[in-house]
Design a protein around this ligand. Structure first.
Ligand SMILES: Cc1cc2nc3c(=O)[nH]c(=O)nc-3n(C[C@H](O)[C@H](O)[C@H](O)COP(=O)(O)OP(=O)(O)OC[C@H]3O[C@@H](n4cnc5c(N)ncnc54)[C@H](O)[C@@H]3O)c2cc1C
Length: 390
């Protein structure tokens, strides 16, 4: 097979993993990124003053059930064991402020209601005394939460946080967001159920640097993609925003953006990596104390981020795709436009306008690169989307 020349737009996980796979198959890869660093939104940076490895675009915890993806990341970086244990500050039913364990578990229930329930007692209490069983067919997030956990837990742990996070009242959001009973009747406070969980010892950027470290890969930073660049390559893998590829000619897909207000302290500010704030009156959603993501390191100074969520304006970094009815209609129009594009595949969280965890991003990137090589060998065109955005 002849050597191909491929352009990866974006030096995040999507561009790096696809680029590496094609480079190992003998092809020539150029990776461009508009930013001054690699790593995309997983970027981590060692803070000069404190030595803390900062998750620059918000906290990232690696978790997966996918053994191949786990082996893949461990090939490039040592992973330290790390379990995500989140706390939340909120008001109990008497209006007293307290710190509670998330996701809601037996400890949360006992502390919140001042009880000493065993698992089956807690289950009966929540499902028979708290849950609003008059709601037969919940339609909204609010109804679903009231149906499952009742007013007190809903207001303390879901309502204010959701309003701040999404800028929408839970009564305007679909019930599907809260799919099943979001409560554990034991003391398990591990946020994720996944088999493999961990944190790259020296951060995600170092891991991605090693993925990109191949003789067939050239990385160009501070280089924004323009469509005319594509003509110099056999194929473009584009992990930038789908609407951005078309210069927003149909309008902008809606995103939430995040503002991080950094503050530095000495010692231990909050005793954990992530503290949520459930009350609507507290303007931020959470505080992240970055050094707790690396408990195997020791630093006197500490770097914290207060996190605020709002609707993204054109100049903001797009974080979470909104994907409500209006956005999905516009997405359909962009998908139709993209289907006519040639020699480009849209990949990753921005290229397909979906929230993707890192493990899913890597899985899709590996599958995309493999199927691209198979189709190329068979002389067939590559699909425009690696995964269906709709
Ligand atoms: C706040 C937040 C927290 C998260 N936490 C977790 C977590 O705990 N665990 C987890 O598994 N996942 C988490 N994720 C998801 C994770 O960030 C994504 O899976 C990952 O970033 C996807 O990688 P990507 O390469 O597709 O996209 P990105 O990382 O966004 O990379 C895209 C790159 O393309 C570049 N680019 C865009 N447009 C252009 C252009 N025109 N020209 C050149 N370059 C361009 C951008 O600069 C960027 O570097 C989180 C996401 C967010 C938003």
């Amino acid at each position: 097979m002849s050597v191909g020349k491929f352009l990866m737009v974006g030096a995040g996980l999507s561009g790096a993993v696809i680029g590496r796979h094609l480079a190992e198959a003998g092809h020539e890869i150029t990776v461009v990124d508009a930013r001054a660093h690699i790593g995309g939104n997983c970027h981590t940076e060692r803070d000069e003053k404190t030595g803390v490895n900062v998750h620059v675009y918000g906290p990232h915890i690696f978790h997966t059930d996918d053994a191949e993806v786990w082996d893949y990341v461990n090939r490039f970086e040592t992973f330290q064991p790390y379990k995500n244990r989140v706390k939340t500050t909120s008001l109990d039913p008497k209006g007293q402020r307290g710190v509670f364990s998330l996701p809601i578990n037996l400890h949360t229930i006992n502390q919140f209601f001042g009880k000493t329930f065993r698992p089956d007692e807690a289950h009966d209490f929540i499902t028979k005394e708290q849950a609003d069983t008059s709601i037969a067919d919940p339609q909204t997030f609010e109804e679903q939460a009231m149906r499952f956990v009742g007013k007190d837990l809903y207001e303390a742990f879901f309502k204010g946080y959701t309003i701040k996070q999404w800028g929408m009242h839970p009564s305007e959001l679909p019930a599907s967001i809260l799919k099943r009973l979001p409560v554990r009747f034991n003391y398990d406070d591990n946020y994720f159920f996944h088999k493999y969980q961990g944190m790259p010892e020296n951060g995600y950027t170092q891991m991605i640097e090693k993925i990109l470290d191949h003789k067939n890969i050239t990385v160009q930073l501070n280089t924004a993609f323009t469509r005319d660049m594509g003509t110099a390559y056999d194929h473009v893998f584009y992990s930038g925003p789908l609407d951005g590829y078309f210069d927003y000619e149909l309008g902008r897909l809606g995103y939430r953006t995040l503002d991080f207000e950094r503050f530095d302290t000495q010692g231990d500010y909050q005793g954990c990596a992530v503290m949520n704030y459930g009350e609507e009156s507290v303007p931020y959603t959470r505080i992240t104390e970055h050094k707790h993501f690396a408990p195997w390191e020791s630093h006197e100074g500490s770097v914290c981020y207060r996190e605020f969520s709002r609707a993204a304006e054109p100049e903001d970094i797009p974080y979470y795709p909104i994907r409500q009815v209006k956005e999905k209609a516009l997405l359909q129009d962009y998908v139709a436009l993209a289907e006519q594009a040639k020699d480009v595949t849209f990949v990753g969280r921005l290229g397909t306008y979906r929230y993707l965890d890192m493990d899913v991003t890597i899985r899709e990137a590996l599958d995309t690169a493999r199927s691209y090589l198979d189709l190329r060998t068979a002389g067939q065109p590559a699909p425009v989307f690696a995964a269906d955005p709709v």
